[in-house]
Design a protein around this ligand. Sequence first.
Ligand SMILES: [Mg+2]
Length: 367
Amino acid sequence: MKITRVESIPFSIPYLKPLHFASGEVHAAEHVLVRVHTDDGVIGVAEAPPRPYTYGETQRGIVAVIEDVFAEQLHGLTLLEREQVGARLARTVGNPTAKSAIDMALWDALGKTLGQPVSELLGGYTDRMRVSHMLGFDDPAKMVAEAQKVRERHGISTFKVKVGRRPAELDIAVVRALREHFGDSVELYIDGNRGWTAAESARAMKEMADLDLLFAEELCPADDVLGRRWLVGKLDIPFIADESVPTPADVTREILAGSATAINIKTARTGFTQSRRVHHLAEGLGLEMVMGNQIDGQIGTACALAFGAAFEATSRYAGELSNFLDMSDDLLAEPLQIRDGCLQTSSRAGLGIDIDPDKLDRYRTDK
Ligand SMILES: [Mg+2]
């Protein structure tokens, strides 16, 4: 169970349809595949998605910090020394997705070594998650058509609508068009990615008061401290903190300050070990939780699924597990399949996924 090697391999897979949102846009999945090798010949895998507009990491930066700093620090530790691994990675500040990919690859290797699925090692609450689909910026008719297509093909009936454009009328028209098209047969919630001010958010929420929204997420920046607290106090639905709560300390600060009333957990930025801490803290504070998507590929989605299904609170609502549908291909030998609006966890050891060597050869950018 000793770690002998940590690999970081950059790859690039184009998107069929670029995703646009208030804090950025994505045209290709330029991620980093992380592989943790042990002296038993086991290899654990995970992926790190660079999100410079949220965490400041770049693809080359992730590869470099793993090669130059983290790989050496983990050499010789066992897969069970996860707290020691975390402590060593924590000597370097930042780099959340690089650290998380290492942590999740390590859990995958542990599951494979023990012959047990990671989701069951983490908590084993259920074997499936309902899937929520994210709708990026477009005009109302196109976003309704996209939702209709996803619903017909995959049975998905929960949609997270990206908002935060100026003026807000276009976003409000989108949400209204979705509600009019689907009636009460779908769940709708919105994510502003900090695109509006608190006052703009309050005005938009007032205009959408009749649209039966499930949640509102990061409509304005958490750094607008008093404005955000004022906004959250006015709402009658949970306000989800996402990019403002990447650590347990941030969750504590934002919730005690009244700046949010629910949280988004993303395994891409807190791995499994830290996500478990965030989950336990949120449970103790009595918060609603949603499993989020860092525009993950299928490897990252398998990770979010494994964690979400492990606990009651993280599997209660639909998880954001469908961004990979917009990619032209992936690295997995067996693609994930969303059926009847659900993804099922693997019953195989570890994460239950295999990298296709030919696909990795085709998409890696370091050769
Ligand atoms: Mg978000």
